[in-house]
Design a protein around this ligand. Sequence first.
Ligand SMILES: Cc1ncc(COP(=O)(O)O)c(C=O)c1O
Length: 367
Amino acid sequence: MNRGIHIGMAERELETPVLVVDIDAMERNLARMMETLADSGLNLRPHLKTAKSPALAWKMIDAGAIGVCCAKLSEAEVMANAGIGDILLTSEVAGAGKFERLVALARRLPGFKAVVDSEHAIDGIAALAVQQGVTVNLLIEIDVNTGRSGVTSAADALRLANHIRDTAGVQLVGLHGYAGHAQIRPAEDREVLNPEAMEVLKEAVDVLEEHNHELTYLSGGGTGSSAIDAEAGVLNEVQAGSFLLMDTAYRDAGAPFENALSCLTTVISRPNETRAVCDAGQKTLSRDGGTPEVTGRSGVTYLRGSDEHGNLEVDPAALEAPLNVGDVVRVLPSHVCTTVNLHDVMVGVRDGIVEAIWPIEARGHVW
Ligand SMILES: Cc1ncc(COP(=O)(O)O)c(C=O)c1O
């Protein structure tokens, strides 16, 4: 949809609500991540569940990322259509239709890989792969204390690895151990939880290697753990996603990246001295990560959102300038992944001028 956005226009001319990216800050975030990982033996395989945009995926690949992660097959299909070949699907899938699409992706992309944690999925994928004359690359997911999917013991990992070895149409290429519980946490928690998680992964690596399983990819980690992972030497690739655009939850947890993503919203009503209403409600800014935050305007606080309205609390004594209907306010999202998923487009801005328009092609691609 053409929203009247064009390259070269002033940021202040954008119709709201709109997601904008401070390109300088985003580029600094990317450079910082690459510096963190440099000489650590860790590759960056960014998770595109956050930016959901092939254009931003390519920016990270151009900066040295070896490929991408996707959470869903539909997200992976968008990235494949944009010419990205090295994709790791980090969520298990089940059901005949899903196995068909997964094997179709593997046929298209020799670099495609998918995680599994059940014989059911291995057998479902393998049966179709044999029919279609392709071998699908699999990583076994280990639950590294996250309490989400993944096998919960090295013995179970070995059982699945042996099963893959005995099954035509699939091959084991690595292990997946994402320490989700060790990401958006204060540094002192991360420094305890992440090493404990990597010990769980390391135990599985040791057991599988003792049984002659070759593990090319040891994949996991996120924005919160990347610096610790770079020192730890267990993983060989890190799946950070939020670092590029960031949100207030990660900022508050001390992640050393800048808030590059914000939402511009217009004050549409000023019911009284202490209240204002803007045009960014819950359909614009997600709330699962906490309350979004007004930035650059002292005395104005984002209180809560209904579907289409954002309620702002105004402290008249703290206002540096009057807040009027028609004023544009900048709000930082609390959770980047779920906020980006609400929008069709992100607008890249440098020095107040629109420099890029990035369609969020994988928004809503959750199937
Ligand atoms: C499997 C997996 N890897 C990586 C990430 C990205 O982590 P972050 O957003 O903390 O960088 C996530 C986020 O939920 C994830 O589920």
